[in-house]
Design a protein around this ligand. Structure first.
Ligand code: AMP
Ligand code: MG
Length: 315
């Protein structure tokens, strides 16, 4: 198929070089990850990081996750601890973000962490991300490639829909396999999950062999904002619509097919449902529906993350 979008590129050596060159000059690009598509820029450059905040219309008090190739790259900027090492060995590279203390002499520009002494770091597993991170000498600050509070993009076309020609480079890495944002774990003191994701609290507990802190986190963080991940139309959870011009998101085989019904997973697989969540919501929005109803999703494993996003999207 011919590419009609001049800023969407398939991945090859030429675009790899072009992207790196552009990022070295302080520009930003949209890159695919296994969770969702990101808006990436040099985390050591004020120019690049300011561009990210501006394009996304993201409030400056919301810190960005910093992405590294591996442990030794991150060591320059971050103070590690035992819990981090255990989780890194088990889950990285992969869909989990760690909050740790930032090193005093780190070159991360202060607006990345919203002036906090803590830093959020992740090691993405997507092949394209890894080949870029391996080649550059700076980490990438990278939030999701969407306007603040909106739906995260899970394809290059979703990113295009958000920013059109305002981005010079969008790399097409196929549909994001996981489809929802990373699990965020605060490891600065007693471990605590700040944002649920595909890697579940149970999996993390089994590695750390501890219970999570129940204390309210003092850290202000974007995924903690009440309204987030929103398709921009009202969402009602746990009810069926009464009109055909209202969309219904279903799960499993309980409801028969109907033109306004959208199934997250016919086989009632929560992982599949998570991977389809944003795509289905975007489709519903694009079709012009004015309201979304959602059937109950079991609150276990990936269901915890799905319900977290739905709840915030409904605010
Ligand atoms: P997002 O960029 O929307 O995927 O969200 C970033 C997530 O990282 C938020 O949910 C926060 O929990 C977390 N976060 C990022 N930076 C920090 C930081 N310095 N301290 C605490 N939490 C952070
Ligand atoms: Mg986001």
């Amino acid at each position: 198929m011919k590419n009609i979008y001049s800023n969407i590129y398939s991945f090859n050596k030429k675009i790899l070089k072009k992207t790196i060159k552009s990022m070295k000059q302080g520009n930003i690009a949209s890159l695919p990850t296994e969770t969702v598509y990101g808006l990436a820029g040099n985390a050591y450059s004020n120019k690049a990081v300011n561009k990210i905040f501006k394009l996304k219309k993201r409030p400056k008090k919301n810190p960005l996750i910093v992405h590294y190739y591996n442990y030794s790259d991150a060591k320059k900027d971050v103070m590690f601890n035992k819990n981090f090492v255990k989780l890194y060995e088990k889950f990285c590279p992969g869909p989990v973000t760690f909050i740790l203390k930032k090193k005093r002499n780190s070159k991360i520009v202060s607006c990345v962490t919203a002036n906090l002494k803590t830093i959020a770091i992740r090691f993405p597993s997507h092949k394209i991300m890894r080949s870029i991170l391996k080649k550059i000498k700076f980490p990438l600050a990278m939030p999701s490639a969407n306007l603040s509070t909106g739906l995260s993009p899970v394809s290059a076309l979703d990113v295009y829909q958000e920013f059109k020609e305002k981005l010079k480079i969008i790399i097409n890495g196929g549909k994001s396999k996981i489809g929802i944002e990373s699990t965020v774990v605060d490891l600065t003191e007693k471990p605590k999950i700040l944002r649920p994701g595909i890697i579940s609290p149970k999996q993390i507990k089994s590695i750390l062999k501890i219970n999570f802190s129940k204390k309210k986190s003092l850290i202000k963080s974007p995924g903690m904002q009440k309204k987030h991940y929103s398709p921009g139309i009202p969402i009602v959870i746990g009810k069926k619509p009464s009109k055909v011009d209202e969309a219904f998101i279903t799960f499993g085989k309980k409801y028969k097919k109907s033109s306004n019904f959208f199934n997250l997973s016919k086989k009632a697989d929560l992982k599949e449902a998570a991977a389809n969540l944003y795509q289905v919501m975007r489709k519903i929005k694009n079709k012009g529906y004015k309201k979304i109803f959602v059937s109950n999703i079991p609150n276990i494993g990936p269901g915890i993350a799905i319900n977290d996003r739905l709840k915030r999207a409904s605010k």
